[in-house]
Design a protein around this ligand. Structure first.
Ligand code: 5GP
Ligand code: MG
Length: 502
């Protein structure tokens, strides 16, 4: 596959994730290999490009390219990346900006110094900042939802401009520049940054996207989007970087834990529902256990008589387990997933396109024929996959299909870094649950209520961003006319669960 080839279309109908970030400060340890492994553990957060920046104390070297972590790096490349400090990034794709230039980490030189930046998130005041800097509007895109990489380049520009004219001997220029820049940023950002001798982690005041601090058992510090990445490299979770906090790590260890803004935690609720790995912990809670509880709640909220509970794999598995446990209906597998369908997927020819979702998921006829099925998935976004799954199950002889979703209808675009498309692409944007049931062709349909979902996380129920479900945006976003609002318009209200009769 050409590294600069067109965007693969295998998952074209599926929305894409937030990015993954990683950083490590560990003299005497193979930091680029550790970063590679950390990024590999975070591959699910972004498959379009991967990159690592490493410093040996003098020089920062960056290697980045399009593709999966395993496609971008091989042993030789990693062996050439020597140093004691590194940051890495895996990037999701954003329509129209799939190019090498947009791969991260972003590198900037400032006088004799330089720094590298990896960003998970999306700023909401990019256009204003660009205007202040006198950058052309085209440089940051015309849409209100600007892609994260261009706004990352903008942040790098802001930092470079805030850089002290004369470097101080204490080497804290990056830290000071950031302190000047951070209060000007609005929206969502979990940053990992480095200069030649400091590792810095920053989370926006709402902490929309996760960022954790870990300690390597052999000594050294780690920053990562998810705790699972710590497990994989033999580090332990020290704590989360707090919303509104900047942490600075250097030769003296964790030197600074600085609250630059008051925190109002609003972690993306979808991290619990779908994004995060099940073996990650968020707000101190096991994501897998939380997803099981979502399924249990769903069984209490929307029971149905059936012969088998089955997941849409992989994402629907824990919730289906929970549904089966509470309902007492046997759990079974009805679909087999091809694990190797990912970003490397070739673009189907028109002839093959008809196969659609079957390339990813294939029904097990003998398991489902003649049965009344409860089919559980974590979410429906555009509805294209779900509709095809239902059709396949019917074709394979399912007698009834009762679809259960372990999150509420996904009805509002994310402006903070998840590329789920515009409102019009979201199935539930303007349809009632009854209309969705009809579109999907299921016998009954129910979505988990928001309050039950929040409770199932086990975390403080108010500590979440639920904009995609409620239309209430913690940080104001531009509406169609460019006006900044917290609630874009009256949410559409008929969300009652339905069956074919009602
Ligand atoms: P749909 O029916 O909306 O086309 O697809 C639903 C499926 O998309 C569900 O299985 C759900 O796990 C998955 N999904 C939800 N959010 C995302 C995302 O951000 N990226 C990807 N690739 N899949 C997602
Ligand atoms: Mg799924």
């Amino acid at each position: 596959m050409s590294p600069l080839g067109a965007r693969p279309r295998g998952a074209a109908s599926a929305p894409r994730h937030a990015c993954g970030v990683f950083g490590v400060y560990a003299p005497g340890q193979p930091v680029s290999q550790l970063t590679y492994l950390g990024l590999f553990a975070l591959q699910h957060r972004g498959q379009e490009s991967a990159g690592i920046a490493v410093s040996d104390g003098q020089t920062i070297t960056v290697v980045k390219d399009m593709g999966l972590v395993t496609q971008v790096f091989d042993e030789r490349t990693l062996a050439s990346l020597q140093g004691h400090l590194a940051v890495g990034h895996t990037r999701y794709s954003t329509t129209g900006s799939s190019s090498w230039q947009n791969a991260q980490p972003v590198y900037r030189s400032v006088g004799d110094a330089g720094f590298a930046l990896g960003h998970n998130g999306n700023l909401t005041n990019t256009a204003e900042l660009a205007a202040e800097l006198g950058m052309l509007p085209g440089m940051v895109g015309e849409r209100s939802r600007v892609d994260s990489t261009t706004d990352s380049a903008l942040v790098a520009e802001l930092i470079a401009r805030a850089w002290p004219a004369e470097a101080r001997s204490d080497g804290r220029d990056l830290e000071r520049s950031l302190e000047a820049v951070l209060p000007r940023l609005q929206g969502a950002f979990s940053f990992v940054l480095m200069d030649d001798s400091h590792l810095i982690g920053v989370r926006d005041p709402h902490g929309f996207w996760p960022l954790v601090l870990g300690r390597l058992d052999g000594g050294g510090w780690v920053l990562a989007s998810e705790t699972a990445a710590l497990d994989i490299i033999g580090a332990h979770h020290v704590r989360d970087v707090q919303p509104g906090e900047m942490v600075v790590i250097d030769a003296t260890g964790l030197r600074r834990e600085h609250r630059y803004a008051e925190g109002d935690p609003r972690l993306c609720l979808f991290e619990f529902v779908y994004f995060a790995r099940p073996d990650t912990r968020l707000y101190g809670q096991s994501v897998h256990a939380a997803r099981r509880r979502m399924g249990e709640e769903l069984a209490r909220q929307a029971p149905v008589a059936a012969d088998m509970v089955m997941p849409v794999p992989e994402s629907g598995v824990p919730a289906a387990q929970g549904y089966a446990r509470v309902s007492g209906i046997p759990y079974g597998d009805g679909l087999v997933k091809n694990r190797y369908v990912g970003r490397t997927f070739i673009e189907p020819t028109p002839q093959l396109r008809g196969l659609g979702v079957r390339l990813k998921l294939n029904p097990l006829r003998e398991a489902i024929e003649g049965k009344r099925l409860v089919v559980v998935d974590d979410s429906i976004v555009r509805g294209t996959t779900t509709r095809q799954v239902v059709a396949m199950l019917r074709e394979a002889g399912a007698e009834e299909v009762h679809f259960r979703v372990s999150s509420p209808p996904y009805r509002w675009p994310c402006h903070y870094g998840m590329d789920t498309g515009r409102r019009g692409e979201l199935l539930a944007a303007d349809l009632s649950v009854g209309e969705i049931r009809e579109y999907l062709g299921v016998d009954s349909l129910a979505y988990l209520e928001l309050d039950r979902l929040r409770r199932a996380t086990g975390a403080q129920p108010s500590a979440f961003c639920t904009a995609c479900l409620t239309g209430e945006y913690p940080v104001p976003v531009a509406d169609a006319d460019g006006d900044r609002k917290r609630v874009l318009e009256e949410p559409f209200l008929d969300l009652r669960p339905v069956d074919a009769a009602g």
